[in-house]
Design a protein around this ligand. Structure first.
Ligand code: GLC
Length: 784
């Protein structure tokens, strides 16, 4: 292709983007208050403002008519009754809540939002809201020198997105994933700004192709969309955690995952036969390597027809699934949206007869080529179709399957545009519109259909869903993996900021293909990636057709032993990770997070890409390059203990840390604690052992955390069947206090006690557990 040669930079190809004409919204002509909304009529359009909470302001601009306020596919709350004080003058309307101060300048309309301490969050100056004659809408905001930007969902490149320009248009990108490869599979039009240690957020709830530009101008950023309304929320913060809580208050939080889903997943495109899958499972058991899930990629189907099994390759899937379950392993099959055009295929027949497929306005079904050849695509924007699709999953649940992998749901189509024709119409629950408007939510709505259908059929058991495409709110239904990466060290490096930014965008349950999908992996890369994978929220090894097999034993015993060690470690850490997933389900806070989330005043963390935190007290500084056994590790304030050796490292500075191939630099902060268990075997994953690992701190250190547990499989927790302890660790000169501040829930776990191990205890320090003194004891038990 000529575009792939120097032709791409032919002088005549220079694009001229200057001088594009936008029409400014103009002056405010009138303001009307309707219940909790302020409706502004302006010279060139209409604007509505509304407070969702004290700390969340919504602004909607519509160029031609009163804004429509109920179009969102991801907001699942309505505005609270917020008390607002108003000061109106000729030139300015000032609105104040407990947390926000909104200054509306009228001539022309410019909006400035400040927090309760008069800290400016967003400010419009020369340019504000505007649009062009093709329906593009856009707004500019002032950018400060100290602004750093995070979030934007699934983007390649570094953690801090200052100086970048992004597009949101769900796209199937096979393998390049360079720093400039944009857009990818997910669209999360949301970001957080960190300015001098304080944070605020913006969620631009527009499902058209959208753009965020933090690059083109030195003191202004902008966001825009190809159509629709300029509909956005300002989130007051004031710190990164609060912003994320506010964003996930609006768009929802992940359900507590089944415990098995946060274990290890083994995948391959494809394990092609029943015999191969059985051999794979047997290998894990024989070698005592932990695994919870084996994925079935497209070869399991009959001619890639979804909701079928190829009975030559998989003669008895029911028995396979049951036998694997006995071994402690679950099967998760892939389900793509494309339904093969085949008059004899029941799903296609039902789809046509039930009028469930996407169509052109003239009434013809849209067909696109995907794995099965010419295919039709369910219109997930319609409730009736979502229900139909959901119900079809009885095919899988009846076989004993409780997890599904949704792929190609951008939707991907094998053509020039990589997707469906944008003029295809969607039913959109009674408000028909084009694919141009709803492309970015196709995957989200497929996820909704699948998750809800599975949930119905599983009768009280938690479904697991993995998805490639999504939009804001995807966390309510699915875990997200970052698509077709490659077996490159650069892709291991890049996976950390990607997972962190997804976490900052509300998607806590996420991870890359460990070992790399495309290209051949190599033992050193696989080992280093598995070390990281043991701590990424979603942990799956997956590789592509025609690449080297990359199961943990493929490169000999030396490497297998190391990987096995880290995979078992994942299981030892599951009580801790599960408690963090519980937190994510309650607050939206990610499991894996950037350091600045915990240390927002520490500038050295603002673009730290190769050190991550697991929760608020564990820090991971993996080796991310070949042949490297020494690396610099920046540690934030406090003292940090190297997990493997117990060595102490001072914070607020960088250290050179040595790590042979078998070593992973993992640190725990002094004065804190983590929950652990022991690895037993694949058949016995719900272990009967629990321990709390406490690292004594310095006098004055106080740390509190939540330990959460339940049956890990059902929704019984909704009825109070869970265990929740809020625990405090307090370090004093002569004692360490471990106090269970409060206990909640009725769940009776299989363990009857929690072993407490004290590290870093000084000789003169006692341990005081719930007020009772244990002299000189480094180990004791909490009896349940
Ligand atoms: C896509 C997916 C990949 C999968 C393949 C075959 O490339 O991203 O994970 O293995 O399709 O289904």
């Amino acid at each position: 292709m000529l575009e792939d040669t120097s032709f791409a930079i032919l002088p005549e190809n220079k694009q001229d983007t200057t001088g594009k004409h936008y029409l400014d919204i103009g002056n405010v002509l009138s303001i009307e208050k309707q219940q909790n909304m302020y409706q502004l009529t302006c010279t060139n359009g209409f604007v509505t403002l509304c407070f969702y909470t004290d700390a969340i302001l919504r602004v909607v601009m519509n160029p031609t008519s009163q804004p429509v306020l109920d179009l969102s596919k991801s907001i699942h709350v309505t505005p609270l009754d917020v008390s607002v004080s108003e000061e109106d003058s000729e030139a300015v309307l000032l609105l104040k809540t407990k947390k926000l101060e909104v200054k509306i300048e009228k001539n022309p309309l410019r909006i400035t939002v400040k927090d309760e301490n008069s800290r400016i969050l967003v400010k419009e100056q020369e340019r504000g809201m505007a649009y062009d004659q093709n329906g593009e809408i856009r707004v500019w905001k002032q950018m400060e020198e100290s602004d750093h930007f995070y979030g934007f969902g699934e983007k390649s490149g570094f953690l801090d997105k200052r100086g970048e320009k992004y597009e949101m248009w769900n796209t199937d990108v096979y393998a390049p994933h360079n720093p400039e490869t944009d857009p990818l599979y997910e669209s999360i039009p949301y970001f957080m700004t960190l300015r001098n240690g304080k944070a605020h957020g913006i969620f631009f709830d527009n499902t058209f192709r959208t753009f965020f530009d933090m690059k083109s101008e030195i003191d202004r950023y902008s966001f825009s969309a190809e159509g629709g309304q300029l509909d956005y929320y300002v989130l007051a913060g004031p710190d990164p955690k609060k912003v994320l809580e506010q964003y996930t208050y609006l768009t929802g939080r992940m359900p507590i995952p089944p415990k098995w889903a946060i274990g290890y997943h083994q995948s391959r495109y494809s394990y092609e036969t029943e015999a191969e899958v059985r051999e794979l499972a047997a290998n894990f058991l024989e070698r005592d390597i932990p695994v919870d899930v084996i994925h079935l990629d497209i070869h399991y189907m009959n001619g890639y027809r979804v909701f079928t099994f190829d009975r030559d390759r998989f003669p008895n899937p029911e028995k396979l699934i049951a036998d694997l379950r006995e071994m402690g392993i679950r099967v998760v099959p892939i389900v793509d949206p494309g339904v093969k055009q085949d008059a004899e295929y029941p799903i296609y027949q039902e789809g046509v007869q039930g009028d469930n497929f996407c169509k052109y306005i003239e009434g013809d079904i849209y067909f696109g080529d995907v794995w099965p050849g010419k295919s039709a695509f369910p219109d997930f924007t319609d409730e009736k179709v979502r229900k139909w699709w959901g119900e079809k999953h009885a095919f899988y649940t009846d076989m004993g399957i409780d997890g599904i992998w949704n792929d190609m749901n951008e939707p991907a189509v094998f053509n020039e545009t990589k997707t469906m024709d944008t003029s295809v119409m969607h039913r959109n629950d009674g408000r028909p519109t084009t694919h141009k408007e709803l492309h970015n939510v196709y995957g989200l709505l497929m996820g909704k259909a699948t998750y809800e259908g599975m949930k119905d059929q599983l009768q009280g058991k938690r479904p697991f869903l993995l998805t490639r495409a999504g939009y804001s709110g995807v966390q309510r239904y699915a875990a997200v993996w970052t698509g077709d990466n490659r077996s490159f060290w650069e892709h291991l490096q890049m996976s950390l900021p990607m997972v962190m930014n997804l976490g900052l965008s509300g998607v806590a349950f996420t991870g890359p293909d460990v070992g790399g999908f495309a290209h051949d992996t190599n033992p050193e890369l696989l080992v280093r990636w598995t070390q990281v994978g043991a701590f990424t929220p979603y942990f799956r090894n997956h590789s592509a057709l025609n690449t080297k097999y990359q199961e943990p034993w493929q490169f000999g015993e030396k490497y297998e032993t190391i990987m096995k060690n880290y995979m078992q470690m994942r299981y030892e850490w599951l009580p801790q990770l599960y408690s963090l997933f519980f937190k994510a389900s309650q607050t939206g806070l990610p499991v894996m997070r950037p350091l600045f989330m915990e240390y927002p005043d520490d500038e050295r963390t603002y673009n730290l890409n190769d050190v991550v935190m697991i929760g608020d007290n564990v820090l991971l500084a993996p080796i991310l390059s070949p042949g490297v056994t020494d690396r610099a590790v920046y540690l934030p304030e406090g003292e940090w203990i190297l997990w493997a050796t117990g060595e102490t490292f001072e914070g607020n500075r960088a250290h050179l840390v040595h790590a042979e191939l078998a070593d992973l630099p993992l640190f725990i902060k002094k004065g804190t604690a983590v929950m652990q268990t022991k690895w037993v075997s694949n058949q016995e994953k719900e272990t009967k052992q629990r321990s709390m690992h406490v690292v004594a701190g310095n006098p004055g250190d106080v740390y509190s955390f939540t330990y959460y547990d339940d049956d890990g499989e059902t929704f019984a927790y909704e009825k109070g069947d869970y265990l929740k302890w809020n625990i405090e660790i307090k370090s004093e000169e002569d004692a360490i206090h471990v106090t269970i501040l409060d206990k909640e829930g009725n769940y009776l776990p299989p363990y009857k006690e929690v072993d407490v191990n004290l590290a870093e205890l000084k000789p003169n320090q006692n341990v005081i557990l719930n007020g009772k003194t244990y002299e000189d004891k480094q180990q004791f038990k909490i009896i349940l």
